[in-house]
Design a binder for this molecule. Structure first.
Ligand SMILES: Nc1ncnc2c1ncn2[C@@H]1O[C@H](COP(=O)(O)OP(=O)(O)OP(=O)(O)O)[C@@H](O)[C@H]1O
Length: 302
C-alpha cells in the first residue's frame, strides 16, 4: 500500500520552476531515496510532502491526507528531521525530548528511544555542545518521538565522519525494521545504494529515473568495469574501439587501466590482451556503482 503519493507536483519560485511535474509513490515500510545534484528540487519536493511548502500544482497525499489542508493530522503521522538552527544551543537533550513529546497527544516513551539512539549518557548535555553525530541522533529521536508512520530525513549524514555516517545508516535500518517508512534525501551514492529499496533520481526538477539501486545500475550504458595493470604498454585507442566500451582511463601513477563497458567488452579486452601477448596483472571485473549510473542519468556529479 502506498503511504505517500505525489502526482504531477510543480513548484516555481519567482516564475522559475524548481519542481516540474514530479510523480512517485512510496510504499509503506520501504526506505525511499531522493537523489540528485544540487538545486535539483529535492528539498522543495520533500517539504511539499511535509506540508511546509505549498505546491504550485499537482496533488500530494500522505496516508490519504493532504499535507496542507490536513496539516495537523499529517504532522501527527509524519516525523520530520529538524534543521540545526531550529534548536537552541542551551537546551539539554532531555529538555528537547520532553519539549517535543509535549507536542503530541500520544508520544512515544522518549527514554527507550534515547537509549536506542545512544543518547542516555548525554541527557544532561546541552545541544550546542554535542558532536555532529550526536546532534543527528537527537534529530532522529525528535523525528520519532511522536510515534510517526513516516519519517523524512533530509541530508542527514552530511558533515559526519565515515564512522558516524555508518552508525547513522544502522539507525535508519533499525527505524525501518520497527515498521516506519523512511523518505531519505541524500547526496551520497554509497548511502543510497546501501539503504534504499527504491530511488527517485531528480534532475532539474524532473524525475530522471525511478528504480531499485540495482535497476538504476543496470540501466547504465556501462554496467561492468574491468581494470588491470598491463605487463607491456598497450594502445588505449584499441581498447576504446572494442565492443560496447564506453570509456577507458589510465592511472598516470601506476599505469593501471580501467575500461567501462559490458560483459562483451570484458571478453574483447581479454582476447585483445591474449593476441598482444600481454599479461593482465591484478585483473578485476566489477559491477558499476550507482555513481556511474548517476552520471549517465544526470550528466552531473552529486
Ligand atoms: N525559498 C526559495 N526561494 C527561491 N528559490 C528557491 C527557494 N528554495 C529553493 N529555491 C530554488 O529552487 C531550486 C531547487 O532547490 P531545492 O532546495 O529544492 O534543491 P535541492 O535538490 O534540495 O538542492 P540541494 O541539494 O542543494 O539542497 C534551486 O534552484 C533553488 O535555488
Amino acid at each position: 500500500m502506498s503511504i505517500i503519493e505525489v502526482a504531477d507536483l510543480c513548484k516555481a519560485y519567482g516564475g522559475r520552476p524548481a519542481v516540474d511535474g514530479v510523480s512517485f509513490s512510496v510504499e509503506e515500510g520501504e526506505i525511499f531515496g531522493i537523489l540528485g545534484p544540487n538545486g535539483a528540487g529535492k528539498t522543495t519536493t520533500v517539504e511539499c510532502v511535509e506540508g511546509l511548502r505549498v505546491p504550485g500544482s499537482g496533488t500530494i497525499r500522505v496516508a490519504g491526507l493532504d499535507p496542507v489542508a490536513d496539516h495537523d493530522q499529517v504532522t501527527r503521522l509524519l516525523g520530520a528531521q529538524l534543521q540545526e538552527s531550529e534548536l537552541q544551543a542551551k537546551l539539554t537533550v532531555q529538555e528537547a525530548l520532553e519539549l517535543y513529546s509535549s507536542f503530541y497527544e500520544k508520544p512515544a516513551d522518549w527514554r527507550p528511544l534515547a537509549d536506542r539512539l545512544g543518547l542516555t549518557e548525554k541527557l544532561g548535555g546541552r545541544f550546542g555542545k554535542l558532536s555532529g553525530g550526536q546532534k543527528q541522533r537527537l534529530f532522529i529521536a525528535l523525528a520519532l518521538v511522536g510515534g510517526p508512520r513516516v519519517v523524512v530525513l533530509d541530508e542527514l549524514t552530511t558533515g559526519l565522519d565515515p564512522r558516524a555516517r555508518r552508525d547513522t545508516w544502522q539507525l535508519i535500518e533499525d527505524i525501518r525494521a520497527s515498521g516506519v517508512t523512511v523518505l531519505l534525501v541524500t547526496h551520497f551514492m554509497e548511502e543510497a545504494q546501501r539503504l534504499c529499496d527504491r530511488i527517485a533520481v531528480i534532475d532539474k526538477g524532473r524525475i530522471a529515473a525511478l528504480d531499485t539501486p540495482a535497476g538504476l545500475i543496470s540501466r547504465s550504458a556501462s554496467p561492468t568495469v574491468i581494470s588491470f595493470t598491463p605487463s607491456h604498454p598497450l594502445d588505449t585507442g584499441e581498447l576504446a574501439a572494442l565492443p560496447a566500451a564506453v570509456s577507458v582511463a589510465t592511472d598516470e601513477k601506476d599505469g593501471r587501466i580501467t575500461v567501462n563497458g559490458t560483459d562483451d567488452t570484458v571478453n574483447a579486452v581479454i582476447s585483445l590482451l591474449a593476441r598482444r601477448h600481454i599479461t593482465a596483472h591484478q585483473l578485476r571485473v566489477a559491477d558499476a556503482t550507482l555513481d556511474d549510473a548517476f552520471l549517465d542519468l544526470t550528466g552531473a556529479t552529486a
